[in-house]
Design a protein. Structure first.
Length: 172
């Protein structure tokens, strides 16, 4: 397993749209292992391939935080196929350091995806799990939780980042 570097805002690669995985092989398994290691090391409860500069539609999640049993789950080619209701919950992102904010999301979603063998599956998620999935799937479309905030909040964050990195270089 290899620890990957997590890209941070405003890296332009975070804006790239991911493309579907068509080959389900050992290399994909290895890639997902890298994503797991990177997510747990951060530590985070979700990670999208986009965040480590890879253009594939792959996300990994584990919202078992604090519980004894890990609930690691990779989702390949995930898509939200239906939604219901609204909720507001606080979000943060490994690619958007030093910012958390309330974001409005669907309360309940159904997601279609494939597992590591390429089998097509569906799952229903609600509350916090639904938030995490919507956040990670957004990444695959080049969308950050920042984009869901008011223009003012977004502007303030951009200014803060500029101050932290006056010469335009990314964080170390
Ligand atoms: Ni994120």
């Amino acid at each position: 397993m290899t620890l990957r570097t997590i890209l941070t805002f405003p890296d332009p690669l975070l804006r790239r749209k991911a493309h579907p995985v068509i080959t389900f092989d050992n290399a994909l398994q290895k890639f997902v292992d890298d994503m797991a290691e990177t997510m747990y090391d951060a530590p985070g409860i979700g990670l999208a391939a986009t965040q480590i500069g890879d253009p594939r539609q792959v996300i990994v999640v584990d919202i078992s935080k604090g519980k004894e049993q890990k609930e690691f789950m990779p989702l390949i080619n995930p898509k939200i196929i239906s939604n219901e209701g609204r909720q507001i919950d606080e979000e943060g992102c490994l690619s958007v350091p030093e910012l958390t904010s309330n974001v409005k999301r669907f309360k309940k979603i159904v997601v279609s995806y494939q597992d590591l063998q390429g089998e097509e599956l569906e799952l229903e998620a609600e509350d916090r799990f639904a938030v995490v999935l919507q956040h990670e799937i957004d990444h695959l479309y080049g969308i950050l939780f920042l984009d869901h905030l008011s223009p003012l909040k977004r502007q303030l964050y951009k200014k803060k980042i500029k101050k932290m990195h006056p010469n335009g270089e990314g964080p170390p």
